[in-house]
Design a protein around this ligand. Sequence first.
Ligand SMILES: Nc1nc2c(ncn2[C@@H]2O[C@H](COP(=O)(O)OP(=O)(O)O)[C@@H](O)[C@H]2O)c(=O)[nH]1
Ligand SMILES: [Mg+2]
Length: 354
Amino acid sequence: MQVGILGFAKAGKTTLFNLLTHSSRQTDKYATSKKTHVGVANVPDQRLVRLRDLYNPKKFTPATVTFVDIPGVKKGEGAESLDLPALRDVDALIHVVRAFEDPELPHPDGSVDPQRDVESLDLELILADHELVSRRLERLEKSKKRGLTPDETRERELLETVILPALDSETPLREVELESEDEKRLRGFQLLSAKPMLVALNVDEARLGSDAVETPDAAAGVAAVVISAPIEAEVAELGAGEQAEFLEDLGLEEPSVPRIIRASYELLGLISFFTVGEDEVRAWTIRRGTTARAAAGVIHSDLERGFIRAEVVRWDDLVRLKSLAACRDEGILRLEGRDYVTRDGDIMHIRSGV
Ligand SMILES: Nc1nc2c(ncn2[C@@H]2O[C@H](COP(=O)(O)OP(=O)(O)O)[C@@H](O)[C@H]2O)c(=O)[nH]1
Ligand SMILES: [Mg+2]
C-alpha cells in the first residue's frame, strides 16, 4: 500500500517524509528537488506491542505503509510538473500544505494561504484527470466505426455523463458517488482526484496545539491533521520521558507522526489481523471486508488454496487469557469458515490442507 506525499514547493513534504520513514533526504532550503523518494513506515499499534510482550517472539513484524515523496507541483503546469507514473501508482495522497511563515523561504505564490493551496492542488489533479479522460473519450469516438463492445459503451456513457461534467465543474472525483461497478470500471485509469486524500497542515511551532489553527475547509471526504515538521523532528530525537514533557509543554498528547501513519492506514480502508507464536508476532494488512480465506492468501497463497478453516480469537481476549490453549478451554476460540469476514484485531490461525 502506497501513500503519495504531494504539495507545492517548500511546503515541508520532504521534511515530513523523512520523519515518517526515518530517512534523511535533502530538504529544500534554496533549490527545489526533482527527485521522487520512496520509504517505508511501521504502523504503530499498541495491540501488537501487547502481543509481543506476551510471546516474546524471535521476530516482531508490524504492518507497514510505503510513502512516496513526490517533487513539488508547479501551478498551472498540471500534468507536466507531476511525476505521473509515481502518482498513478499510489493508493492515497497526503497533501502537505504550507501554513508556516518564514521570510527566508518565500512561498512560491508570494503569500501563505492554505485555503488557496488546497484548492489549487485539487485543481491541478482535476486538470490532469481531465486530460486523461478527454483522450480516452477521443479514442472511444474513433473506435465507434468498428462498433463498441457493451463494456466500452458503458464506459463512454460514464465518462461523458458523470466524470467529465464533474471535472468540468472542478469537482474532485473523490466527491462523486459511484456504483461499485462503475468504480471498478474507472480504477484502471488511476484518476488522481479520485484517490482518498489527507491534508497535513504544516503550521508554525507557536501555533501547534493551539485551538486557533483554522484547518482549510477541504471538501467532503478529506481528513486533516495539523503538524509542525521541525518540531516533530525535535521530538523524534528525544528519549521517551523527555518526549512526554516536551509534548505536554506544547499542549499535545502525542507526536503527530504516528497519528499521520495511522490516519493513512485508515484512509485506505485498511485493517490488521495478527498471527502469534514464539517464532513471530506479526500484523497483516487487509482491506475491510476481506474474507478469512482471502486473508489466509495474504500470508501465503498455499494457505488460501488449501484453506480448511480459521481459528479466530479477539486480540484482547488472548492478552487476557495468555494463550490460545486457554482460549480454547474457555470456548472462545472460534472456528470460522472461508466466508467469515475478518475483523480488525482478530488473531488468526489458519488450518490448511496443502
Ligand atoms: N520555519 C519552518 N520551516 C520549515 C517547516 N517545515 C519545513 N521547513 C523548512 O522548509 C524548507 C523546505 O522544506 P522541504 O521539506 O524540503 O519542502 P518540500 O519542497 O515541500 O519538500 C526546509 O528548509 C525546511 O527545513 C516549518 O514548519 N517551519
Ligand atoms: Mg522536497
